[in-house]
Design a protein around this ligand. Structure first.
Ligand SMILES: [Zn+2]
Length: 61
């Protein structure tokens, strides 16, 4: 897989990617702006249950 080298059309910084478009940081900003739900997905949605003891995990082969 060969990445293209180009200047980001949004911020003008040199960028690399599989396709021409906003650089990774700009893409993140755009994604956060237009898809606010994406931020919520990154945050843990639930508290992991602590019922499993560390010993049970350690002895599992
Ligand atoms: Zn950019």
């Amino acid at each position: 897989m060969t990445d293209l080298s180009f200047d980001c059309p949004r911020c003008g910084e040199p960028a690399e990617g599989r396709f021409y478009g906003p650089c990774s940081s700009c893409a993140q900003e755009l994604r956060a702006r237009y898809l606010p739900e994406a931020r919520q997905v990154e945050a843990p949605a639930y508290e992991p249950k602590m019922n499993v003891t560390p010993n049970a995990v350690a002895t599992k082969e």
